[in-house]
Design a protein around this ligand. Structure first.
Ligand code: CTP
Length: 130
């Protein structure tokens, strides 16, 4: 049976940590779906907008060779529904989220991968500001 993998994120200021997790997520299956958090969802969580708007972030992620399908994640509360709608067998997230997606393990396998060290969008923004 073909395995479908899903992952979620903002993927703002696309960097090597983002590429690595998408590449490694795809290795767990045959089809990779990425839920890209909307600008509104980011604003709700962090009270600020991402640097790149959602349509740009989506265009970039859609162009990555490991990615087969993209959609907008509009609500954190719909996580399980998105997984069901995409018929995903495996949810992959970076280990900064360790434990926080375990509530999905009744509908799919949940795997946390180690983050690429020494890079994050937040750090890049801070470095540029300095
Ligand atoms: N990620 C990763 N390694 C990094 C940075 C991110 O594996 N160095 C993963 C995250 O764990 C997540 C996905 O990439 O599964 C999308 O993360 P996102 O929050 O969009 O990226 P960050 O760089 O962590 O952004 P921020 O600093 O705004 O949290």
């Amino acid at each position: 049976m073909n395995k479908k993998v899903i992952t979620f994120g903002t993927f703002d200021l696309f960097h090597i940590g983002h590429l690595n997790i998408l590449k490694r997520a795809k290795e767990y299956g045959d089809f990779l779906t990425v839920g890209i958090s909307t600008d509104a969802l980011n604003f709700d969580k962090k009270q600020k907008n991402p640097i790149y708007c959602q349509s740009s972030r989506m265009e970039i992620i859609k162009s990555i060779r490991y990615v087969d399908e993209v959609f907008y994640e509009e609500s954190l509360d719909l996580k399980k529904q998105y997984i069901i709608d995409c018929k995903a067998n495996i949810l992959v997230m970076g280990d900064d989220w360790k434990g926080r997606f375990d509530f999905c393990s009744d509908i799919c396998e949940v795997i946390y991968l180690s983050r690429t060290p020494s890079i994050s969008t937040t750090e890049v923004i801070e470095l540029i500001k300095e």
